[in-house]
Design a protein around this ligand. Structure first.
Ligand SMILES: Nc1ncnc2c1ncn2[C@@H]1O[C@H](COP(=O)(O)OP(=O)(O)OP(=O)(O)O)[C@@H](O)[C@H]1O
Ligand SMILES: [Mg+2]
Length: 343
């Protein structure tokens, strides 16, 4: 890492101390991630499937709930919006999010769908099966309006808006277009973690953070055979969506940032290698990326440095089991150990 690579309004390390002053609005698909662990020692007499003897189980907030958890774990104030069903699972999810200090007034009950639940059954560190309970239809007009009214009430005090689109129906064309207009009217930064179905509807957001598969599918690309192709793809997305930056996450290869400099229209492409030392579980690393990116920007870092910070955080989170979060202490330790310099 050279001095030239890190250049910010505020010092990189110090920005982490500002996380606790940030206010982030997160809208998206809320879900519950359930993990059932067990052992297999026989095949079922009923069908040719393994019998899992359950030893342990745990549940945690997933999707936009995991984005919110990641921000809250780093001290940011989160205003979370989305829906749950009228079931007990939804009430438990809201209680858990509230326990993490997340503002839950923007979460609404929707009697037309269950709380989204993804249950994974894992035996001997291998996933045996995943069962999903969900209804992916679009939200009703009345719930769209409730979410919009909630955002209108708080938008002036938030620093950044995140859309965490898991394609489960909360992020629908009507709501998306209203929110994008609102963020422009209030000159707020809006970051979208996209899903393929809505890709072209994210026009004029500040930043999109697709992984490579989403970036390709969103632009109807079927093949990438070189780094040059990825560069071409990033440039095309930037142009097509007319946003300030595109951050494509590349799994074990880290991420690549495309942005126009504020001063002019010069395109900058920054390749950021992964900071991971050990990799145990990559689930939810994308949620950490979008959460920390928003915290960096809300704390005064520029997009480039915020992407570095997000990459460090993702490098930590993939070293933990399950849908996990990062602490400010861990982030500071990583920065120190990497010898990051300031301008
Ligand atoms: N196998 C890996 N080895 C090292 N770093 C990784 C690995 N997988 C992910 N990362 C880190 O996490 C970041 C985000 O990962 P990824 O590109 O898999 O996002 P994603 O597909 O959106 O994740 P998800 O949707 O599961 O949350 C990467 O940019 C990288 O920094
Ligand atoms: Mg993702």
């Amino acid at each position: 890492m050279t001095k030239k690579m890190i250049a910010s309004k505020v010092k990189f390390y110090e920005s982490i101390d500002c996380f606790s002053k940030t206010k982030i609005f997160v809208l998206g698909d809320l879900m519950v991630d359930k993990y059932i662990y067990g052992k297999v020692s026989r095949i079922s007499p009923e069908a040719p499937v393994p019998v899992v003897e359950v030893t342990n189980e745990k549940t945690m907030p997933g999707g936009a709930g995991n984005v919110a958890n990641n921000i809250a774990a780093l001290g940011g104030e989160v205003f979370l919006s989305g829906t749950v069903g009228t079931d007990n699972l939804g009430k438990e999810l809201i209680a858990e999010l509230s326990n993490q200090g997340i503002n839950i007034e923007g979460i609404f009950e929707d009697d037309s769908r269950p709380t989204t639940l993804k249950t994974r059954i894992i035996a001997h560190h291998q996933q045996v099966v995943r069962c999903d309970w969900e209804n992916r239809s679009h939200l009703s007009l009345s719930i769209n309006k409730k979410i919009l009214n909630y955002l209108k009430n708080i938008i002036s005090k938030v620093d950044c808006i995140i859309i965490s689109d898991y394609g489960k129906g909360v992020v629908n064309p009507f709501l998306l277009s209203k929110i994008i207009s609102l963020t422009h009217a209030y000159s707020k930064v809006i970051i979208v973690d996209p899903k393929v179905e809505h890709f072209l509807r994210y026009r004029k957001v500040t930043i999109v953070t697709p992984n490579l598969v989403e970036a390709m599918a969103g632009m109807h690309w079927h093949r990438i055979s070189s780094e040059k192709d990825i560069e071409e793809l990033g440039k095309k997305i930037l142009k097509k969506l007319n946003c300030l930056a595109v951050l494509i996450t590349l799994g074990e290869k880290g991420m690549i940032l495309f942005q126009y400099s504020f001063a002019g229209s010069k395109l900058q492409i920054t390749k950021i290698p992964t900071a991971a030392k050990e990799v145990y579980d990559v689930t939810g690393a994308g949620d950490t990326v979008v959460g920390v990116l928003s915290l960096g920007i809300a704390s005064g870092l520029d997009i480039h440095d915020s992407a570095y910070l997000a990459n460090y955080a993702a490098g930590i989170v993939v070293g933990k089991l399950g849908t996990a979060t990062v602490t400010t202490q861990e982030l500071k330790e990583t920065i120190i150990s990497r010898g990051v310099y300031f301008k």
